[in-house]
Design a protein around this ligand. Structure first.
Ligand code: GDP
Ligand code: MG
Length: 151
């Protein structure tokens, strides 16, 4: 079972889109493995997008990511990375198909409301950055049951 890192960016949180975005992932068949609402500092934003640090929009991107709380999540399922990218849609909402999250909820590349890892290696790196080095449980519901004393 593969895991991927997904983040509702500050504009998505501000616009009340955490719920609709979670619904899309649940409806598709993903299982939620971890979730946290947090504020990203500039260092974490720069680390998260380290592959883009030479881009002319990098400063604007870090400003954007640190402009308010984000909702960081780990979703798991078959081909989780590819399925999440398909659900999220193209980077530029102008090009994202209707029916995708960016296609339905966003207008502009500078405010595309959600992030999804682009490969299994990126997913592992990003999950480590946001949720620590310990791997997120691959059996979250079993973990929940045992923590409640039912497992
Ligand atoms: P993603 O994997 O689809 O999110 O796309 P990238 O990894 O290429 O870019 C990461 C993020 O940088 C995008 O989701 C946008 O938030 C932002 N970004 C990409 N291109 C641009 C741009 O031309 N201008 C601005 N302001 N932001 C951009
Ligand atoms: Mg990317």
């Amino acid at each position: 079972m593969e895991q991927t890192f997904v983040m509702v960016k500050p504009d998505g949180v501000r616009r009340g889109l955490i719920g609709p975005i979670i619904a899309r992932f649940e409806q598709k068949g993903f299982t939620l493995a971890a979730i946290e609402l947090l504020r990203i500092d500039r260092l974490l934003a720069e680390q998260h997008y380290s592959d883009l640090r030479t881009k002319p929009f990098f400063g604007e991107l870090v400003d954007y990511l640190t402009s308010g709380p984000v909702c960081a999540m780990v979703w798991q399922g078959e081909h989780a990375v590819e399925n999440a990218r398909a659900l999220i849609g193209k980077t530029n909402p102008v090009e994202a198909s209707t029916g995708t999250i960016r296609g339905d909820f966003a207008m502009d590349i500078a405010g595309n409301i959600v992030h999804g890892s682009d490969s299994a290696a990126s997913a592992a790196r990003e999950i480590g950055l946001f949720f620590g080095k310990q791997p997120v449980s691959s059996h979250p519901l079993d973990l929940y049951a045992s923590e409640q004393g039912h497992g």
